[in-house]
Design a protein around this ligand. Structure first.
Ligand code: FMN
Length: 325
């Protein structure tokens, strides 16, 4: 199949390959690295608390930071109440966001307990009020990222998605797992196809895409308008380039980096973009996924995990790469 641009309201996403929101992972550093490799048509931020956002700025909060390379960019809001929406959206607009996403799928216990993330799929009236307040607050493209729900109910899922569409959401992103599945069982792609058939707005599929073949299968099996990739893009930030090159030859070239060079580049961008206190924890999170590029990746992961400074982690990682060369 050949990739077609996806339009979310007036936002052109070309190629229709999207970096997923991932807390602690899809910050400006990873987004810059992915952008350098190319092939990613849309970047999401990690979830940002709607309650905290109004008092934050890109200077005080590294999570609001971005560069012109990481565009277009959708800021994801973690929101529990409709009253939180307007001020948070005003802040996102002032940061130059190209779109807003409402997180309705996060399964973290504390977040669900406070009424955010997947808790909204249990409270469709409140979810509707949040969507309507968001729609009133902005003309930017508005998306919602959802799961299948708490337990499997096709009627419940169908009504929730129709509610999103009728209340002003411009695209739905479905990660087709139940709350209790977390990330354990395979994503149930068949529901992406069912929601695509149901809705008039674009549907973005997400879950377990880790290669050009898998991206192709998701497009073909579900008819989805865009594919969103999370963990595999942390492991291989060049994956979008590979997919774009494989499905739309000519969009990107087919040169792929030595993973060691990508890792070193990540550290360089990290040092340039983040305050020192954030660099080591962020490198550790990144390395958890990135180390899966190597047969003995657990060694790389352990070396970085046990390092007490970014400098030590860099030296240890370089020694590991020399051993694999
Ligand atoms: C460490 C981690 C953090 C995540 N944080 C978020 C988040 O902030 N917002 C969100 O909507 N989903 C979040 N997710 C879910 C991903 O966006 C995505 O739906 C999930 O990983 C499945 O896609 P994948 O198989 O391509 O990784 C997170 C996932 C992981 C592994």
């Amino acid at each position: 199949m050949k990739l077609k641009p996806l339009y979310i309201k007036n936002l052109k996403v070309d190629p229709p390959l999207i970096l997923a929101p991932m807390s602690g992972l899809t910050h400006t550093v990873l987004r810059q690295l992915v952008a350098e490799f190319g092939g990613c048509g849309l970047f999401y931020t990690e979830m940002l608390s709607a309650r905290a956002l109004p008092s934050e700025s890109p200077d005080s909060s590294p999570w609001l930071r971005g560069t012109p390379q990481e565009r277009p960019i959708v800021y994801q809001l973690l929101v529990s109440h409709p009253e939180e929406v307007a001020a948070a959206i005003a802040k996102i607009e002032s940061c130059g966001g190209d779109g807003i996403d409402l997180n309705m799928g996060c399964t973290t216990a504390l977040i669900a307990k406070r009424g955010g993330g997947i808790a909204l799929m249990k409270k469709p009236k409140r979810a509707e009020a949040i969507v309507r307040s968001s729609r009133k607050a902005t003309n930017l493209p508005l998306t919602a990222k959802i799961r299948l729900g708490w337990t499997m109910s096709w009627n419940g899922l169908r009504d929730f998605c129709l509610m999103l569409q009728d209340s002003g959401v411009d695209a739905v992103c479905l990660h087709p797992r139940l709350k209790e599945d977390r990330l354990k069982r395979p994503a149930r792609w068949e529901y992406i196809g069912k929601i695509k058939e149901l809705l008039d707005i674009p549907v973005i599929g997400n879950g377990d895409v880790n290669s050009p073949q898998a991206a192709n299968r998701m497009f073909e099996l579900t008819g989805c308008d865009g594919v969103m990739i999370g963990r595999a893009a942390v492991k291989s930030p060049w994956l979008f380039r590979q997919i774009a090159n494989s499905l739309s030859p000519g969009v990107c070239d087919n040169n792929y980096p030595d993973p060691a060079d990508a890792f070193k580049r990540f550290i360089l961008i990290l040092e340039n973009s983040m305050e020192p206190e954030y660099t080591l924890p962020l490198l550790k999170r990144f390395t958890f996924y990135f180390s899966q590029n190597y047969a003995f990746g657990h060694t790389l992961w352990t070396l970085v995990h046990n390092a007490d400074s970014l400098a030590t982690a860099t030296v240890m990682a370089n020694e590991f790469f020399q051993g694999t060369a």
